[in-house]
Design a protein around this ligand. Structure first.
Ligand code: PAF
Length: 289
């Protein structure tokens, strides 16, 4: 029966019962404030796993002092209703002490794909993400876990950690979901005022402009990135980064492109007021219709 649990013991009992029945488990890790993007992750998990668990945990380890942990949107009741309606079998509402025991003393520090981009601006972030994902995998032991391409670098970090620590979880990447106005769906969008939301549309537009310039023949990485950055700064949005990288390893793209660049991805992070937005797209696939 679909339901929600708070206690780790209850979660583990349900997990054990599924194992006894030979059922596979898919995990959709979230921090709550669910939107259609999260529901699409649940759909992906349902397509491969017999049972789907959605975890909701605002992980303190991925926020630095002064970041938006306190103001991160919270909507547990609605989250449970949405997740169960989307087909989750269990919503794991994790109270803080159900994830890290009091004597917890371990951190997972990603290198490689975890360096650069987000880490240049939020150096603590991927250690927090990798530590909590490792803990969730170790507790639930899912066969599958679904992560959105919206957090493209996070997806790469999780794939690496899964390989390095031999969790044996099949990681499934789910495409980024956009609103009708092309803004990438994000829980943090709830913290945008209507004026800021209007301004935030410059984020997908910056990607669109760079993709269009590439489609029209521009081959300088520097020029493409500068075009994107200008769209953001012209809209009064502070740019953390706007970079072109190789999708496979997130290393910088060549300075001059060949025109046959199938593995390249534009990555952007920017601040609209105090709300930090990230977005990305393949260079040969403009984000907006
Ligand atoms: O993407 C998120 O919501 C979080 O970073 C995650 C993966 C749930 C870890 O806290």
């Amino acid at each position: 029966m679909a339901s929600s649990v708070y206690e780790l013991e209850n979660l583990l009992e349900r997990r054990a019962a599924w194992s006894r029945l030979g059922l596979t488990v898919g995990l959709v890790p979230t921090m709550g404030a669910l939107h259609a993007g999260h529901l699409s992750l649940i759909g992906k998990a349902k397509a491969v796993a017999d049972r789907v668990v959605v975890s909701i945990y605002i992980n303190p380890k991925q926020f630095a002092p002064g970041e938006d942990q306190e103001s991160y949107p919270r909507d547990a009741e609605n989250d449970c209703a949405q997740a169960l309606a989307a087909g989750a079998d269990l919503v794991w509402l994790c109270p803080p002490d159900s994830i890290y025991p009091k004597d917890w003393a371990t951190s997972v520090i990603p290198s490689g794909v975890g360096l650069g981009l987000e880490s240049n601006h939020r150096p603590h972030f991927f250690t927090g993400v990798a530590t909590v994902v490792a803990r969730l995998f170790a507790l639930l032991k899912p066969q599958f876990a679904v992560f959105g391409e919206k957090d493209f670098q996070q997806l790469k970090v999780v794939e690496q950690l899964n390989r390095d620590l031999c969790f044996g979880v099949t990681i499934i990447a789910a495409p980024l979901v956009r609103g009708v106005d092309c803004l990438a769906l994000s829980s943090r969008n709830r913290n945008l005022s209507s004026e800021q939301r209007e301004r935030a549309l410059a984020v997908p537009r910056s990607l669109q402009v760079a993709c269009s310039a590439y489609a029209e023949g521009e081959r300088s990485t520097q020029v493409l990135c500068q075009l994107g950055r200008s769209v953001l700064s012209d809209s009064g949005i502070a740019v953390d980064y706007f970079e072109l990288v190789k999708s496979s390893d997130l290393q910088p793209a060549p300075r001059e492109l060949s025109g046959d660049d199938t593995d390249l991805r534009l990555m952007v992070a920017a601040l609209c007021g105090t709300v930090r937005l990230i977005d990305n797209c393949a260079l040969d696939t403009p984000p907006c219709p």
